[in-house]
Design a protein around this ligand. Structure first.
Ligand code: NAP
Ligand code: MG
Length: 398
Protein backbone atom coordinates (compact mmCIF):
# COMPACT_ATOMS: atom_id res chain seq x y z
CA UNK A 1 0.00 0.00 0.00
CA UNK A 2 1.29 3.46 -0.91
CA UNK A 3 1.39 5.90 1.97
CA UNK A 4 -0.77 9.04 1.78
CA UNK A 5 1.36 11.99 0.66
CA UNK A 6 1.24 15.44 2.25
CA UNK A 7 2.20 18.72 0.60
CA UNK A 8 2.31 21.14 3.55
CA UNK A 9 3.55 20.31 7.04
CA UNK A 10 1.44 20.34 10.20
CA UNK A 11 3.02 22.12 13.15
CA UNK A 12 3.59 19.37 15.73
CA UNK A 13 3.84 20.50 19.37
CA UNK A 14 5.00 17.62 21.54
CA UNK A 15 4.26 17.73 25.27
CA UNK A 16 4.71 16.13 28.67
CA UNK A 17 4.25 13.05 30.86
CA UNK A 18 1.62 10.42 29.99
CA UNK A 19 0.30 12.32 26.99
CA UNK A 20 3.83 12.42 25.55
CA UNK A 21 3.92 8.60 25.80
CA UNK A 22 0.50 8.35 24.08
CA UNK A 23 1.66 10.83 21.43
CA UNK A 24 4.47 8.52 20.30
CA UNK A 25 2.20 5.44 20.36
CA UNK A 26 -0.41 7.22 18.23
CA UNK A 27 2.22 8.23 15.68
CA UNK A 28 3.83 4.77 15.58
CA UNK A 29 0.65 2.66 15.41
CA UNK A 30 -1.99 4.87 13.82
CA UNK A 31 -0.30 7.47 11.62
CA UNK A 32 3.17 6.56 10.33
CA UNK A 33 2.13 3.20 8.78
CA UNK A 34 -0.39 5.00 6.53
CA UNK A 35 0.81 8.57 6.01
CA UNK A 36 4.04 10.02 4.74
CA UNK A 37 3.70 12.33 7.73
CA UNK A 38 5.08 15.82 7.18
CA UNK A 39 5.36 17.85 10.37
CA UNK A 40 7.46 20.73 11.60
CA UNK A 41 8.34 19.43 15.06
CA UNK A 42 8.50 21.62 18.19
CA UNK A 43 9.31 20.00 21.50
CA UNK A 44 7.15 21.77 24.11
CA UNK A 45 8.16 19.22 26.75
CA UNK A 46 9.06 21.16 29.89
CA UNK A 47 12.78 20.29 29.75
CA UNK A 48 13.21 21.78 26.29
CA UNK A 49 11.05 24.81 27.09
CA UNK A 50 13.42 25.45 29.99
CA UNK A 51 16.51 24.90 27.84
CA UNK A 52 15.29 27.43 25.26
CA UNK A 53 13.93 29.91 27.84
CA UNK A 54 10.47 29.15 26.43
CA UNK A 55 11.49 30.42 22.97
CA UNK A 56 10.31 27.08 21.51
CA UNK A 57 6.72 27.86 22.53
CA UNK A 58 6.83 31.25 20.79
CA UNK A 59 8.44 29.68 17.72
CA UNK A 60 5.73 26.99 17.54
CA UNK A 61 2.97 29.62 17.68
CA UNK A 62 4.65 31.65 14.93
CA UNK A 63 5.00 28.49 12.83
CA UNK A 64 1.23 27.98 13.24
CA UNK A 65 0.70 31.44 11.76
CA UNK A 66 2.92 30.43 8.84
CA UNK A 67 1.36 27.01 8.07
CA UNK A 68 -2.17 27.49 9.44
CA UNK A 69 -2.58 24.13 11.22
CA UNK A 70 -1.07 22.80 14.45
CA UNK A 71 -1.60 19.80 16.72
CA UNK A 72 -0.62 20.11 20.37
CA UNK A 73 0.04 17.52 23.05
CA UNK A 74 -0.90 18.40 26.65
CA UNK A 75 1.86 20.26 28.48
CA UNK A 76 2.77 21.00 32.09
CA UNK A 77 2.02 24.51 33.28
CA UNK A 78 4.73 24.83 35.92
CA UNK A 79 3.96 25.68 39.55
CA UNK A 80 6.38 25.78 42.50
CA UNK A 81 6.46 21.97 42.77
CA UNK A 82 7.34 21.62 39.06
CA UNK A 83 10.11 24.23 39.32
CA UNK A 84 11.72 21.97 41.92
CA UNK A 85 10.93 18.69 40.15
CA UNK A 86 12.44 19.84 36.83
CA UNK A 87 15.07 22.24 38.29
CA UNK A 88 13.62 25.04 36.16
CA UNK A 89 15.34 28.37 35.58
CA UNK A 90 11.96 30.11 35.89
CA UNK A 91 8.28 29.32 36.48
CA UNK A 92 7.48 29.49 32.75
CA UNK A 93 4.02 30.68 31.72
CA UNK A 94 1.25 28.38 30.52
CA UNK A 95 2.10 27.35 26.92
CA UNK A 96 -1.61 27.54 26.04
CA UNK A 97 -1.70 31.11 27.35
CA UNK A 98 1.40 32.07 25.33
CA UNK A 99 0.06 30.44 22.15
CA UNK A 100 -3.41 32.04 22.57
CA UNK A 101 -1.86 35.46 23.09
CA UNK A 102 0.06 35.12 19.79
CA UNK A 103 -2.74 33.54 17.72
CA UNK A 104 -5.74 35.30 19.36
CA UNK A 105 -9.16 33.72 18.89
CA UNK A 106 -11.74 31.45 20.45
CA UNK A 107 -11.57 27.96 21.95
CA UNK A 108 -14.18 25.49 20.68
CA UNK A 109 -14.86 22.36 22.75
CA UNK A 110 -17.19 19.57 21.65
CA UNK A 111 -17.93 16.17 23.17
CA UNK A 112 -17.08 13.03 21.18
CA UNK A 113 -20.37 11.14 21.13
CA UNK A 114 -20.18 7.34 21.39
CA UNK A 115 -22.98 4.77 21.81
CA UNK A 116 -22.59 3.24 25.23
CA UNK A 117 -21.34 6.48 26.81
CA UNK A 118 -24.71 8.19 27.14
CA UNK A 119 -25.25 11.85 28.02
CA UNK A 120 -27.08 12.43 31.32
CA UNK A 121 -29.55 14.60 29.38
CA UNK A 122 -31.45 11.92 27.47
CA UNK A 123 -32.69 14.12 24.59
CA UNK A 124 -29.12 15.19 23.61
CA UNK A 125 -28.51 13.19 20.43
CA UNK A 126 -25.71 15.23 18.89
CA UNK A 127 -22.76 17.13 20.41
CA UNK A 128 -23.10 20.66 21.72
CA UNK A 129 -20.01 22.74 20.99
CA UNK A 130 -19.11 25.53 23.41
CA UNK A 131 -17.30 28.55 21.96
CA UNK A 132 -15.82 30.52 24.82
CA UNK A 133 -14.64 34.11 24.47
CA UNK A 134 -11.24 34.12 26.17
CA UNK A 135 -10.71 37.83 26.91
CA UNK A 136 -11.88 40.26 29.60
CA UNK A 137 -15.01 40.65 31.75
CA UNK A 138 -14.60 39.44 35.35
CA UNK A 139 -11.29 37.75 34.43
CA UNK A 140 -9.74 41.20 33.99
CA UNK A 141 -11.85 42.95 36.62
CA UNK A 142 -10.93 45.30 39.48
CA UNK A 143 -12.72 45.01 42.78
CA UNK A 144 -13.00 46.92 46.03
CA UNK A 145 -14.47 46.30 49.43
CA UNK A 146 -16.37 49.39 50.50
CA UNK A 147 -15.87 49.92 54.23
CA UNK A 148 -18.79 52.27 54.88
CA UNK A 149 -20.93 55.16 53.61
CA UNK A 150 -19.68 56.91 50.46
CA UNK A 151 -20.18 57.24 46.71
CA UNK A 152 -18.69 54.90 44.07
CA UNK A 153 -18.51 56.17 40.48
CA UNK A 154 -17.13 55.00 37.14
CA UNK A 155 -14.85 57.73 35.75
CA UNK A 156 -13.65 57.85 32.14
CA UNK A 157 -10.86 60.35 31.45
CA UNK A 158 -10.49 60.93 27.71
CA UNK A 159 -7.19 61.75 25.98
CA UNK A 160 -7.99 65.50 26.17
CA UNK A 161 -8.53 65.28 29.94
CA UNK A 162 -12.32 65.63 29.85
CA UNK A 163 -14.19 63.39 32.24
CA UNK A 164 -17.49 61.53 32.16
CA UNK A 165 -18.97 59.86 35.24
CA UNK A 166 -21.56 57.25 36.04
CA UNK A 167 -22.79 56.59 39.55
CA UNK A 168 -22.40 52.95 40.61
CA UNK A 169 -23.92 53.29 44.09
CA UNK A 170 -24.28 55.73 46.93
CA UNK A 171 -23.36 53.47 49.84
CA UNK A 172 -24.96 54.02 53.24
CA UNK A 173 -23.28 50.94 54.74
CA UNK A 174 -20.34 48.57 53.93
CA UNK A 175 -20.47 46.67 50.62
CA UNK A 176 -18.55 45.54 47.57
CA UNK A 177 -17.96 46.85 44.05
CA UNK A 178 -16.50 45.50 40.81
CA UNK A 179 -15.36 47.14 37.57
CA UNK A 180 -14.74 45.20 34.37
CA UNK A 181 -14.17 45.83 30.69
CA UNK A 182 -13.97 44.40 27.22
CA UNK A 183 -12.73 45.83 23.93
CA UNK A 184 -14.62 45.94 20.65
CA UNK A 185 -11.71 44.47 18.68
CA UNK A 186 -11.70 41.34 20.84
CA UNK A 187 -15.48 40.94 20.62
CA UNK A 188 -15.28 41.34 16.83
CA UNK A 189 -12.64 38.61 16.51
CA UNK A 190 -14.69 36.38 18.83
CA UNK A 191 -17.72 36.89 16.56
CA UNK A 192 -15.78 36.17 13.35
CA UNK A 193 -14.18 33.02 14.84
CA UNK A 194 -17.66 31.75 15.77
CA UNK A 195 -19.21 32.53 12.38
CA UNK A 196 -16.26 30.92 10.56
CA UNK A 197 -16.40 27.82 12.74
CA UNK A 198 -20.15 27.46 12.17
CA UNK A 199 -19.56 27.59 8.39
CA UNK A 200 -16.64 25.15 8.67
CA UNK A 201 -18.62 22.59 10.64
CA UNK A 202 -22.03 23.35 9.05
CA UNK A 203 -23.75 23.83 12.39
CA UNK A 204 -26.15 26.54 13.60
CA UNK A 205 -24.70 29.19 15.89
CA UNK A 206 -26.40 30.32 19.10
CA UNK A 207 -25.29 33.35 21.08
CA UNK A 208 -26.75 34.70 24.28
CA UNK A 209 -26.12 37.53 26.76
CA UNK A 210 -28.19 39.47 29.30
CA UNK A 211 -28.74 42.54 27.12
CA UNK A 212 -32.14 43.38 28.66
CA UNK A 213 -30.44 44.11 31.99
CA UNK A 214 -26.98 45.14 30.77
CA UNK A 215 -28.12 47.67 28.17
CA UNK A 216 -24.64 48.97 27.28
CA UNK A 217 -22.19 46.20 28.17
CA UNK A 218 -23.96 43.02 27.04
CA UNK A 219 -25.90 44.93 24.40
CA UNK A 220 -22.60 45.82 22.71
CA UNK A 221 -21.80 42.09 22.38
CA UNK A 222 -25.23 41.52 20.82
CA UNK A 223 -24.86 44.48 18.44
CA UNK A 224 -21.34 43.58 17.29
CA UNK A 225 -22.38 40.00 16.53
CA UNK A 226 -25.45 41.20 14.61
CA UNK A 227 -23.57 43.85 12.59
CA UNK A 228 -20.83 41.42 11.57
CA UNK A 229 -23.38 38.73 10.77
CA UNK A 230 -25.50 41.03 8.57
CA UNK A 231 -22.60 42.55 6.67
CA UNK A 232 -20.26 39.56 6.26
CA UNK A 233 -21.98 36.25 6.93
CA UNK A 234 -25.75 36.28 6.31
CA UNK A 235 -25.46 35.16 2.67
CA UNK A 236 -22.84 32.51 3.45
CA UNK A 237 -25.05 31.09 6.20
CA UNK A 238 -28.01 30.97 3.81
CA UNK A 239 -25.93 29.16 1.23
CA UNK A 240 -24.72 26.64 3.83
CA UNK A 241 -28.27 26.11 5.13
CA UNK A 242 -27.40 27.14 8.69
CA UNK A 243 -28.76 29.87 10.98
CA UNK A 244 -27.54 32.41 13.53
CA UNK A 245 -29.79 32.64 16.55
CA UNK A 246 -29.55 35.24 19.34
CA UNK A 247 -31.46 34.97 22.60
CA UNK A 248 -31.19 35.85 26.29
CA UNK A 249 -28.80 33.70 28.33
CA UNK A 250 -31.52 32.28 30.62
CA UNK A 251 -33.66 31.42 27.61
CA UNK A 252 -30.61 29.78 25.97
CA UNK A 253 -29.98 27.60 29.04
CA UNK A 254 -33.61 26.43 29.05
CA UNK A 255 -33.52 25.67 25.31
CA UNK A 256 -30.18 23.81 25.54
CA UNK A 257 -31.66 21.39 28.08
CA UNK A 258 -34.61 20.66 25.79
CA UNK A 259 -32.62 20.49 22.54
CA UNK A 260 -31.23 17.55 20.58
CA UNK A 261 -27.81 19.22 20.32
CA UNK A 262 -25.90 19.64 17.08
CA UNK A 263 -25.09 23.37 17.28
CA UNK A 264 -22.44 25.78 18.52
CA UNK A 265 -23.20 27.79 21.64
CA UNK A 266 -21.12 30.96 21.79
CA UNK A 267 -20.64 32.15 25.36
CA UNK A 268 -19.19 35.24 27.00
CA UNK A 269 -16.10 34.44 29.06
CA UNK A 270 -17.80 33.62 32.39
CA UNK A 271 -20.79 31.85 30.83
CA UNK A 272 -18.36 29.72 28.80
CA UNK A 273 -16.31 28.83 31.88
CA UNK A 274 -19.39 27.61 33.75
CA UNK A 275 -21.33 26.05 30.87
CA UNK A 276 -18.40 24.13 29.32
CA UNK A 277 -17.91 22.15 32.54
CA UNK A 278 -21.63 21.42 32.66
CA UNK A 279 -21.69 20.25 29.03
CA UNK A 280 -18.51 18.15 29.26
CA UNK A 281 -19.50 16.34 32.45
CA UNK A 282 -23.04 15.76 31.18
CA UNK A 283 -21.60 14.17 28.01
CA UNK A 284 -19.14 11.86 29.83
CA UNK A 285 -15.56 13.07 30.41
CA UNK A 286 -12.79 15.48 29.45
CA UNK A 287 -10.99 12.60 27.71
CA UNK A 288 -13.94 12.47 25.28
CA UNK A 289 -13.80 16.13 24.19
CA UNK A 290 -12.26 17.79 21.17
CA UNK A 291 -10.70 21.20 21.60
CA UNK A 292 -9.53 23.61 18.92
CA UNK A 293 -8.32 27.19 19.01
CA UNK A 294 -9.51 29.10 15.93
CA UNK A 295 -7.86 32.44 15.27
CA UNK A 296 -9.68 35.28 13.47
CA UNK A 297 -7.27 35.10 10.52
CA UNK A 298 -7.94 31.39 10.01
CA UNK A 299 -5.25 29.48 11.93
CA UNK A 300 -6.20 26.27 13.75
CA UNK A 301 -4.56 24.62 16.73
CA UNK A 302 -5.98 21.24 17.80
CA UNK A 303 -5.40 19.76 21.27
CA UNK A 304 -6.88 17.47 23.90
CA UNK A 305 -9.00 19.20 26.55
CA UNK A 306 -7.36 17.31 29.45
CA UNK A 307 -3.91 17.64 31.04
CA UNK A 308 -0.80 15.47 31.02
CA UNK A 309 -2.36 12.80 33.30
CA UNK A 310 0.50 13.01 35.78
CA UNK A 311 -0.76 10.28 38.15
CA UNK A 312 -0.76 7.70 35.34
CA UNK A 313 2.71 8.81 34.22
CA UNK A 314 4.21 8.16 37.64
CA UNK A 315 2.71 4.65 37.54
CA UNK A 316 4.16 4.20 34.05
CA UNK A 317 7.61 5.27 35.31
CA UNK A 318 7.39 2.65 38.05
CA UNK A 319 6.77 0.03 35.36
CA UNK A 320 3.11 -0.40 36.34
CA UNK A 321 0.38 -0.84 33.74
CA UNK A 322 -1.71 2.23 32.83
CA UNK A 323 -5.07 2.52 31.11
CA UNK A 324 -5.04 6.10 29.86
CA UNK A 325 -7.67 7.25 27.39
CA UNK A 326 -6.04 8.47 24.15
CA UNK A 327 -9.27 9.42 22.33
CA UNK A 328 -8.96 13.21 22.77
CA UNK A 329 -5.33 13.12 21.58
CA UNK A 330 -6.24 10.94 18.57
CA UNK A 331 -9.01 13.40 17.68
CA UNK A 332 -6.55 16.30 17.98
CA UNK A 333 -4.50 14.58 15.25
CA UNK A 334 -7.52 13.76 13.07
CA UNK A 335 -8.77 17.35 13.40
CA UNK A 336 -5.40 18.68 12.24
CA UNK A 337 -5.04 16.14 9.41
CA UNK A 338 -8.56 16.84 8.13
CA UNK A 339 -8.01 20.61 8.21
CA UNK A 340 -4.62 20.22 6.48
CA UNK A 341 -6.30 18.05 3.83
CA UNK A 342 -9.06 20.61 3.36
CA UNK A 343 -6.64 23.54 2.96
CA UNK A 344 -4.41 21.57 0.56
CA UNK A 345 -7.22 19.90 -1.42
CA UNK A 346 -5.89 16.53 -0.20
CA UNK A 347 -8.94 14.29 -0.20
CA UNK A 348 -7.07 11.14 0.84
CA UNK A 349 -5.83 12.84 3.99
CA UNK A 350 -9.35 14.00 4.88
CA UNK A 351 -10.72 10.51 4.32
CA UNK A 352 -7.99 9.03 6.48
CA UNK A 353 -9.01 11.34 9.34
CA UNK A 354 -12.63 10.14 8.99
CA UNK A 355 -11.54 6.49 8.99
CA UNK A 356 -9.34 6.86 12.05
CA UNK A 357 -12.16 8.56 13.98
CA UNK A 358 -14.57 5.84 12.94
CA UNK A 359 -12.13 3.08 13.97
CA UNK A 360 -11.73 4.77 17.36
CA UNK A 361 -15.48 5.06 17.95
CA UNK A 362 -16.14 1.53 16.65
CA UNK A 363 -13.54 0.14 19.04
CA UNK A 364 -15.34 1.65 22.04
CA UNK A 365 -18.80 0.75 20.72
CA UNK A 366 -17.45 -2.79 20.19
CA UNK A 367 -16.82 -2.96 23.95
CA UNK A 368 -13.04 -2.39 24.03
CA UNK A 369 -12.10 0.68 26.05
CA UNK A 370 -9.86 2.23 28.69
CA UNK A 371 -10.66 2.03 32.39
CA UNK A 372 -12.17 5.53 32.74
CA UNK A 373 -14.85 4.69 30.14
CA UNK A 374 -15.51 1.20 31.51
CA UNK A 375 -16.65 2.89 34.72
CA UNK A 376 -19.36 4.97 33.00
CA UNK A 377 -20.41 2.84 30.02
CA UNK A 378 -23.83 1.23 29.59
CA UNK A 379 -22.17 -1.58 27.54
CA UNK A 380 -22.29 -4.89 29.41
CA UNK A 381 -18.97 -6.52 30.38
CA UNK A 382 -16.60 -4.12 28.60
CA UNK A 383 -13.05 -5.30 27.87
CA UNK A 384 -10.68 -2.96 29.76
CA UNK A 385 -7.45 -2.43 27.83
CA UNK A 386 -4.16 -0.83 28.86
CA UNK A 387 -2.93 2.36 27.15
CA UNK A 388 -0.96 0.57 24.42
CA UNK A 389 -3.46 -2.22 23.74
CA UNK A 390 -6.33 0.25 23.29
CA UNK A 391 -4.37 2.01 20.55
CA UNK A 392 -3.48 -1.38 19.02
CA UNK A 393 -7.17 -2.38 19.05
CA UNK A 394 -7.95 0.80 17.08
CA UNK A 395 -5.09 0.04 14.66
CA UNK A 396 -6.55 -3.41 14.03
CA UNK A 397 -9.92 -1.94 13.00
CA UNK A 398 -8.26 0.82 10.99
P1 NAP B 1 -5.28 15.91 34.10
O1 NAP B 1 -3.97 15.63 33.49
O2 NAP B 1 -6.37 16.27 33.16
O3 NAP B 1 -5.72 14.67 34.98
C1 NAP B 1 -6.61 14.71 36.07
C2 NAP B 1 -7.25 13.35 36.28
O4 NAP B 1 -8.30 13.18 35.34
C3 NAP B 1 -6.31 12.19 36.05
O5 NAP B 1 -5.53 11.90 37.20
C4 NAP B 1 -7.27 11.10 35.66
O6 NAP B 1 -7.99 10.57 36.78
C5 NAP B 1 -8.29 11.87 34.81
N1 NAP B 1 -7.89 11.93 33.39
C6 NAP B 1 -7.57 13.04 32.66
N2 NAP B 1 -7.30 12.72 31.42
C7 NAP B 1 -7.43 11.38 31.31
C8 NAP B 1 -7.26 10.45 30.24
N3 NAP B 1 -6.88 10.86 29.02
N4 NAP B 1 -7.49 9.13 30.49
C9 NAP B 1 -7.85 8.71 31.71
N5 NAP B 1 -8.04 9.55 32.77
C10 NAP B 1 -7.82 10.87 32.57
O7 NAP B 1 -5.15 17.14 35.12
P2 NAP B 1 -4.08 17.41 36.30
O8 NAP B 1 -3.61 16.14 36.89
O9 NAP B 1 -4.72 18.44 37.12
O10 NAP B 1 -2.87 18.09 35.58
C11 NAP B 1 -1.67 17.43 35.20
C12 NAP B 1 -0.80 18.40 34.42
O11 NAP B 1 -1.47 18.74 33.21
C13 NAP B 1 -0.51 19.69 35.15
O12 NAP B 1 0.89 19.91 35.16
C14 NAP B 1 -1.22 20.76 34.34
O13 NAP B 1 -0.47 21.94 34.28
C15 NAP B 1 -1.33 20.14 32.99
N6 NAP B 1 -2.51 20.57 32.19
C16 NAP B 1 -2.31 20.81 30.87
C17 NAP B 1 -3.35 21.13 30.04
C18 NAP B 1 -3.09 21.36 28.58
O14 NAP B 1 -1.95 21.31 28.15
N7 NAP B 1 -4.09 21.60 27.78
C19 NAP B 1 -4.66 21.20 30.55
C20 NAP B 1 -4.85 20.93 31.91
C21 NAP B 1 -3.77 20.60 32.73
P3 NAP B 1 -7.50 9.31 37.64
O15 NAP B 1 -6.16 9.69 38.18
O16 NAP B 1 -8.57 9.21 38.69
O17 NAP B 1 -7.44 8.11 36.74
MG1 MG C 1 -13.40 26.49 34.54
Amino acid sequence: MDKIKMTTPIVEMDGDEMTRILWQMIKDDLLLPYIDLKTEYYDLGLEYRDETNDQVTIDSANATKKYGVAVKCATITPNAARVEEYHLKEMWKSPNGTIRAILDGTVFRAPIVVKGIEPCVKNWKRPITIARHAYGDVYKGSEMKIPGPGKVELVYTAGDGSESRELVHDFTCPGIVQGMHNINKSIESFARSCFNYALDTKQDLWFATKDTISKKYDHTFKDIFQEIFDSEYAEKFDAAGITYFYTLIDDAVARVMKSEGGYIWACKNYDGDVMSDMISSAFGSLAMMTSVLVSPDGNYEYEAAHGTVQRHYYKHLKGEETSTNSVATIFAWTGALRKRGELDGNKELMEFADKLEKATIDTIEGGEMTKDLSLITTIQNPVVLNSGDFIKAIAKRL
